[in-house]
Design a binder for this molecule. Sequence first.
Ligand code: ADP
Ligand code: MG
Length: 264
Amino acid sequence: MTGNASRYLRAQDVSVSLGGRDILSHVSLAFAPGQVTAIVGPNGAGKSTLLTSLVGLRAPGHGQVVLEGSAILAMSARERARRIAYLPQTPEIAWGLDVRTFVRLGRTAHTGVFGESAADAFAVDAALASTGLSGFAARDIRTLSGGERARAHIARALAGEPDWLVADEPLTGLDLGHQLDAADLLKGAAARGMGVVVSVHDLGFAVRAADRIVVMMEGQILSDGAPAEALTAEVLAKAYAVDAHWVAGQSGPLLDVIARRGLS
Ligand code: ADP
Ligand code: MG
């Protein structure tokens, strides 16, 4: 299911230091198309820094990111944008656009800002439908709730029909039902061949949505594998300083957080 290794998105020995501190230290990861990989870890672990490096918005001090055999920093911004949709952690929408026009911006790397081909229209409508926003198409984006806006950002990313989706906590602000919808959306995109790399805080969501979980801590990879392998009690204790273990739930494994370590 992981396909040809030349189609991977790779971080090769990537290090980033900011303000004299090592934020990422020799991180090597290979992401496969057709998979959802969740990046988890405590606040400040370096998740956002990794994601901005992966999409070519940050030049690592050491190492490099290679997209399907080419150094990401050697690509033009347009080429990168066509192949990777990136959703930042706190995306801003400054202007009063209607939702459809906003989602249409996801097509810019294909056809420019003006004009709309049949393919553009089809992709935009499909993205609106898949995020449950068809009925919001004419609304001013500034009038949406936080969760609706989060879905509009996902729709914009999907409208570009990228090969890769790199999203930094895209579920923030989504209620439980829409989180499940978003999980299905990401899994569906991966099933159609997209490579999905997504940072998430909710470990239950990570387990539900991801084929693979990478646990980061202090700029390094603490653990990496299938959800049950990556999130052991030992890893959870180390990464989050909590005593927790998995229990059998009706829909699958559930994380039972017993106590903050050292406080019980
Ligand atoms: P995460 O997304 O896992 O919460 P980040 O990648 O945002 O982590 O940040 C990792 C660490 O890098 C944090 O400790 C943060 O304070 C630090 N950091 C981020 N940007 C800068 C910067 N410009 N200068 C100094 N430190 C920074
Ligand atoms: Mg972050």
